[in-house]
Design a protein around this ligand. Structure first.
Ligand SMILES: Nc1ncnc2c1ncn2[C@@H]1O[C@H](COP(=O)(O)OP(=O)(O)OP(=O)(O)O)[C@@H](O)[C@H]1O
Length: 304
């Protein structure tokens, strides 16, 4: 299956919140839907879920108009939506039945997911009596109870301890292996890097970057190098580079140990290396291609 979002726009009153959002995601893959607070991620998801109508654009599934009610979708919204005063298992079965699953299957699926997420001991408790993390796991179990083909997870890791995060990571990996379409929205970039082959970054309602994460990283790191020099702090080395090599490199960043530079247009790595080795008072310790993290890319593309 292939889900395609094509040039979606949405306004609330005078405010254009989405200004032409496009992306696609296929079965067995996870797409990271990223953006700063207020960028338009939830609005996009709500349009996918048919909570809002787009002003223009279209959404297709395998080339045909997407009808969310005709496909099983598991949506874990950021603002969680279960009933605090109802029992865990009872409400999971109820919610699955609302989505057309038989009572027997709903009950079996609910028990299986509660077990898998290690919260089956709470199945007969009122939801509000569970800890925040355990409520979160019940939410996730409820998302999966209808055996969805499309899974949309909005900040699924918030409030989970490291052990529970690990369990959830395994579940997400399993869903990808099982051929689900996964849309994963999170501000926690390390999880996005873990699961998502492709990403789309939205900023002020526009896609500012999208594509295959490995390719994006390669392109972003292209022409950038990580350098350090023996017996010089990154600050001292930065000063040296700025005063002596500013015709061939620009400083783009600094870490605790290294300086990150970008080659000026037309300058090769070989040229830089030659210039550095001619500097007799400096011994180069570290010279390698810059490998940006998704966090670096996000800050560069979605930062003001
Ligand atoms: N029902 C609504 N009426 C008016 N404006 C809205 C409505 N829903 C969202 N907005 C506005 O649309 C913009 C995008 O909001 P949205 O919730 O999609 O952002 P987001 O990327 O999900 O942010 P966050 O990371 O904070 O959850 C915001 O400026 C928000 O105020």
């Amino acid at each position: 299956m292939k889900l395609e979002v094509k040039n979606i726009t949405k306004s609330f009153g005078e405010t254009n919140v989405l200004k032409g959002i496009s992306f696609s995601v296929e079965s067995g893959k996870a797409l990271g839907l990223l953006g700063r607070n207020g960028a338009g991620k939830t609005t996009t998801i709500r349009i996918l879920m048919d909570v809002f109508h787009a002003n223009s654009g279209e959404i297709t599934l395998d080339g045909k108009p997407f009808e969310p009610r005709k496909v099983q979708i598991g949506y874990l919204p950021e603002e969680r939506g279960l009933y605090p005063k109802r029992k865990v298992l009872e409400q999971m079965i109820y919610l699955a039945m609302l989505r057309g699953v038989s009572r027997k299957t709903a009950s079996a699926n609910a028990k299986r997911w509660l077990e898998r997420l290690e919260v089956s001991q709470y199945q007969d408790r009122l939801l509000e009596t569970l800890s925040k993390g355990n409520q979160q796991k019940v939410q996730l179990a409820s998302t999966l109870v209808c055996d969805p083909e499309i899974v949309i997870l909005d900040e699924p890791f918030s409030g989970l301890d490291p052990v529970n995060s690990q369990i959830l990571q395994e579940v997400v990996q399993e869903m990808i292996r099982d051929g689900k379409i996964v849309i994963f929205s999170s501000h926690q970039m390390s999880y996005v890097e873990e699961f998502c082959e492709d990403i789309v970054i939205i900023n002020h309602g526009e896609v500012v970057l999208s594509g295959h994460l490995d390719t994006i990283k390669r392109d972003f790191g292209k022409d950038q190098l990580v350098l350090s020099a023996l017996d010089l702090s990154p600050e001292e080395f930065t000063d040296q580079l700025q005063s002596r090599l500013s015709d061939i490199v620009q400083i783009t960043g600094q870490t605790k140990e290294d300086v990150i530079v970008r080659l000026n247009e037309g300058v090769s790595r070989r040229e830089l290396l030659a210039k550095l080795s001619q500097m007799e008072d400096i011994s180069i310790e570290h010279f390698e291609t810059y490998k940006p993290s998704l966090n670096d890319i996000f800050v560069a593309r979605a930062g003001e």
